[in-house]
Design a protein around this ligand. Structure first.
Ligand SMILES: C[S@@+](CC[C@H](N)C(=O)[O-])C[C@H]1O[C@@H](n2cnc3c(N)ncnc32)[C@H](O)[C@@H]1O
Length: 346
């Protein structure tokens, strides 16, 4: 794993955009959201712009504070955070039965942390899709360093309209990515189209649980905090996801919220009471140091103007995620395994 330092963080803020455009991108991004009077319809209509701005702004923060895998994991006692991430990724490979020679699609691949791990674990050939140019550049470099660049590749595309013929892939997975889609049916039917018949799609989905009460203002505040902090148009319920999968044509083989059975809470690394030396940067104290370091870097011109504001909305995201997790109204790990049926006569 490549170690990302403070200067890499500062240099990466804004991704491929001009550094003097960062502050206005932060403003435009924030204005999409409820806390800034933004409307859900506006976020859905402009999902590509909204999500891309978000990842241009935050990708280097994610790599600095969290690592190459941009997801959470359920966690067992005695397991380190890193071990839990790997096991969580291997679980997807196991459920899909991945093997050498198979052609697999990773929808919303980030900088490819899970893709590299799953490729090495299963020996399958994996194609990653993201619409973020900066992430693609990072992935190219990291795949080369990890030595998976001969068997894995990547495509810059909107996952709502992917440049692949139908029935192309032996398996498809998505880790905490399809939540960015403006509607669940749209993304699941696109995945259905590119998956071969009889083959499976597995995902970890971000969802509001059955304990979420849309009439409860506190619940709505937490939901809006997660949406602004994580670049989401609207967090769907677990029921809406299952309904959309079935409507797209999938047969749902298994669905389960792994947050409900996780021995250690998935959100604990972000919690104020948690401390870890190995995962220090993600802790509340680590985030405090990052904020102060950015203040200095932005002041002396080494980090673009607007960097601190990015750190601020990420802080709010962390608080919203911890509150949503603690109240069990939100989960980032609603797992499902779904199959594209064979034609009736086979
Ligand atoms: C939370 S990250 C997860 C990344 C990766 N699965 C991981 O676990 O490390 C979500 C990913 O979805 C991608 N994404 C969001 N909306 C997208 C879209 N419309 N088309 C393609 N990729 C998209 C983002 O660029 C990002 O790479």
């Amino acid at each position: 794993m490549e170690k990302v330092g403070a200067f890499d963080l500062a240099a990466g803020v804004g991704g491929k955009m001009e550094k003097n455009a960062v502050l206005s991108a932060v403003e435009k991004y924030e204005n999409y959201h409820v806390h800034h009077e933004g409307a859900e319809e506006e976020r859905k209509a402009n999902y590509e712009d909204m999500v891309n701005k978000y990842y241009d702004l935050v990708t280097s923060f994610y790599e600095f504070g969290w690592g190459e895998c941009f997801h959470f994991a359920n966690r067992f006692k005695g397991e380190s955070l890193r071990e839990s991430f790997k096991r969580y990724e291997h679980f997807i490979a196991l459920q899909l039965g991945l093997k050498r020679g198979q052609k697999v699609l990773d929808v919303g691949c980030g900088v490819g942390g899970p893709l590299r791990e799953i490729a090495r674990f299963s020996l399958a050939s994996i194609t990653g899709v993201t619409n973020n140019e900066y992430q693609i550049a990072r992935m190219k470099e990291l795949n080369r360093i990890a030595g998976v660049d001969k068997t894995c590749d990547f495509v810059t595309a909107d996952f709502m309209k992917m440049p692949f013929p139908e029935n192309s892939f032996d398996a498809v997975y998505a880790i905490e990515a399809t939540c960015h889609a403006p509607n669940a049916y749209g993304i699941y039917s696109e995945i259905y189209r590119v998956l071969k018949r009889g083959q499976c799609f597995a995902a970890y989905e971000w969802c509001m649980t059955d304990s979420f009460d849309p009439k409860n203002e506190e619940h709505q505040r937490i939901k809006a905090e997660i949406e602004i902090g994580d670049g989401l148009p609207n967090i769907r319920s677990t029921g809406q996801c299952i309904e959309a999968l079935k409507k797209a044509g999938f047969e749902v083989l298994w669905s389960e919220d792994f947050a409900a059975s996780s021995p250690l809470p998935w959100y604990s690394p972000l919690d104020k009471n948690y401390f870890s030396l190995s995962g220090f940067r993600a802790t509340a104290l680590g985030r405090f140091f990052t904020r102060n370091m950015l203040k200095v870097l932005e002041f002396v011109g080494l980090a673009p103007k607007g960097s601190l504001r990015v750190q601020n909305f990420l802080e709010r995201a962390a608080e919203g995620l911890v509150e949503g997790g603690r109240r069990e109204i939100f989960t980032p790990m609603f797992f499902f395994l779904a199959r594209k049926p064979l034609p009736q006569n086979q």
